[in-house]
Design a protein around this ligand. Structure first.
Ligand code: GDP
Ligand code: MN
Length: 358
């Protein structure tokens, strides 16, 4: 971290409680990217967007994580991109041959209790059902890691908040306040921009497994949970039916601003453990998005989930584009897709209706 640890000693702004630029009072947070070396160009592009619209005002560190060492080029070029600002830095901890922060093997590899023959069998079925990335082993590993491992990574040990950023995403609108401070001071624990339906074929037994876990641990259910939203069968009955009781509507997790202490809490940890043992990250293709969403919907106070309507965002093929001068015509207000006929995948309205909005 270039000799200083901004996370332990945040700069105090004059008023002590500040969101705006110029009076920086950073909290314990990082921008977080799990990314591959060959995604460097896409990563740089995402960095440029986020630095330009937000981070040059607040200078939060970027933490890059990989399942193999980062290339010299990756480190040099991403470091330069963050240095674009006066306090910008990249967090490449030593330990993996100087190549950045590598995921501990035991957190990435397929666990010992998973049966290879069963993976093979089920991957045929997933392929038949056109589940995206069905046969791509690393994709399953990535989903599992993002579901239940990332927040234990040593690089994030003393950090509370993260903003997940993927390569090749866009940020369109100027954000003039510290979103992490906003979350902390308003007692939020999770922020999203887009909700969509999932492919039910990728998560056929996720909901049954969830109910099994809940039966063992009814005490984990938060009194102000979002069960109605999770189990909704009114909006897309066929999805709910195929997913055995889960609406499949989820927070689209390529964007997340979240409190890692929620994932580190006992209910969520036990839940992940149960799912991991059930094997659906490999026998099906459970995504971290539905797993996070169900975890939040069950164990969190739904009032602590925040829609960042003001953050203009695109990850192919969806947009969140607010109608605001802060977006300076960089995206088309109200647009959700590239016109590819996927508009019905947007399920944000379900959240607003069933879990209400602030
Ligand atoms: P999609 O958005 O669901 O199509 O999936 P992506 O290919 O964008 O992957 C999601 C995130 O995980 C992105 O940030 C990727 O860079 C990252 N990712 C996916 N697979 C791997 C992998 O095998 N290794 C590493 N290091 N990152 C990965
Ligand atoms: Mn992606």
């Amino acid at each position: 971290l270039k000799g200083i640890d901004p996370l332990l000693e945040p700069e105090k702004g004059p008023s002590g409680k500040l969101y705006g630029p110029g009076e920086v009072n950073r909290t314990s947070a990082t921008i977080l990217s799990l990314v591959r070396n060959d995604e460097l160009e896409g990563m740089l592009q995402s960095m440029r967007d986020l630095e330009a619209t937000w981070n040059h005002k607040f200078n939060y560190p970027w933490t890059f994580i990989n399942d193999e060492p980062f290339s010299k080029e990756f480190i040099e070029r991403t470091s330069k991109e963050a240095k674009y600002t006066s306090y910008g830095w990249c967090s490449f901890f030593p330990g993996a041959g100087g190549g950045g922060e590598v995921i501990p093997k035991e957190d990435w590899e397929v666990p010992s209790w998973i049966n290879e023959d069963l993976i093979q069998e089920s991957s045929d079925l997933l392929t038949e059902n056109k589940v995206q990335y069905a046969t791509m082993r690393s994709y399953h590993q990535m989903c599992r890691w993002n579901s239940g491992k990332f927040y234990h990574h040593p690089a994030l040990k003393d950090i509370r908040w993260y903003w997940r950023v993927e390569p090749k995403v866009h940020f369109f609108c100027d954000i003039d306040y510290d979103v992490f401070r906003y979350m902390e001071d308003n007692d939020k624990l999770y922020g999203f921009v887009i909700n969509i339906y999932d492919s039910p074929d990728s998560i056929e037994t996720l909901w049954p497994q969830t109910l099994e876990f809940l039966a063992e641990h009814p005490e984990y259910l938060h009194p102000n949970n979002a069960m109605d939203w999770l189990s909704d069968s009114k909006n897309r009955p066929e999805h709910n039916h195929k997913a055995n009781g889960y609406s499949t509507c989820h927070f689209w997790s390529n964007f997340e601003i979240g409190d890692m202490n929620f994932w580190r809490s006992k209910p969520y940890e036990d839940y992940f453990e149960h799912l991991d043992r059930a094997g659906g990250f490999f026998y099906e293709r459970w995504g971290d998005a539905p797993v996070h969403s169900i975890g939040l919907g069950l164990f969190a106070d739904k009032d602590k989930i925040h829609w960042f309507r003001d953050i203009g965002y695109q990850h192919i093929p969806y947009f969140n584009c607010p109608s605001s001068p802060k977006c300076k015509q960089r995206c088309q207000a109200g647009r959700f897709t590239d016109g590819t006929g996927l508009d019905e995948e947007d399920c944000r309205a379900n959240w607003f209706e069933m879990a209400h909005m602030d």
